[in-house]
Design a protein around this ligand. Sequence first.
Ligand code: MG
Length: 385
Amino acid sequence: MEAGPKVTRLEVTELEYEIKNMGTDYNGFNLVYEKGSTAKRRMAVLQIYTDQGIVGETVTSSVELSTAPIWAGYLIGKNTLERERLYSDVKRALRQVARIGVSAMDNALWDIAGKYYNSPIWRLLGGHIRPLPAYASTTHGDENGGLDSPEAYAEFAVQCKEMGYPCFKIHGWGGGRVDREIATIAAVRKAVGPGMALLIDPACELNTWGDTWTVGRACDDARFFWLEDPYKDGGISQFGHRKLRQLIRTPILQTEHVRSLEPHVDFAIAEATDFMRGDVNYDGVTGVMKLAHACEGLGIDIELHGGGPLQRHLMTSIRNTNFYEMALVHPRNEGTFAPIYKDYRDGLDVIDENGCVYAPEGPGAGVELDWEFIRKNRTGGVVYE
Ligand SMILES: [Mg+2]
């Protein structure tokens, strides 16, 4: 039996690029609309070279690749098709650094596997091409004439509904002002009517559990589909979210900020979330599929964080999931998607008339990186061999 491609070399490329008409809000963390400003964003590409000429590529962050010095040496010479073993070994090796980095390795290995078998990742996972219903996931609220009032959100939600989106998600304002959050929940529901699924993600900006309970009751009144990561525990308190679930009717979505399979499952078993979050940039294709099957065993759904080719491969391969996150969109700028691929993009207008997107069909991740763009914006890099 053939051994499969072996790792010969790893290359990390870091880049920084600008997004037009974007700034940041009160503490510099949230990207918000700001006409005439440019915001800087950083990302990184990992390439895993093999002795058969196949190169696995994945887009990630410098943070994920900060642990590469720990695992790059281990990976050299390994059979790239033995993902389960490699994932388990590296997960263990990274146990004291929150398992940061295992996803980047794993996602590049899946790209290699797909290219080796001349098959998209979703086919290796047993998926089938189908429409993936998307939600318009807004940037945070601003004070700059964009999403700057409950009425502005309502107007944008109606625009998205008319474009075909079956679902809309509010990322509210930074700073945790509860009254404006509640007014937005009510205004959006009133504007779109009863048919559209609505979500709200305060992104852990609400200051107290009490604020969270108050916003949760507003979600109940407006029949929201989920309330996500509401308050400043940072999305990790099992006890706090279990208490919240006991007092509101709206389903909650937690575990975006929990890494690895076991803590996710513990969260569900503690009855601290309704929907499970899975993030391919934290846990990799391997980790998210394990989580999807764990959720299936518990009879609950997994919702994938963020948009991108790998999220589409995964969603196409999972039954128990509802919506694709078209992130982060805004009525007056291009949103936050990085133009890093030649043949793939996300953005407000990417959906079909039914509000759906589809997985790429080429081998591996099924996308071609735009190396001209990457080299032009390169800020550094490192080679391991
Ligand atoms: Mg979120």
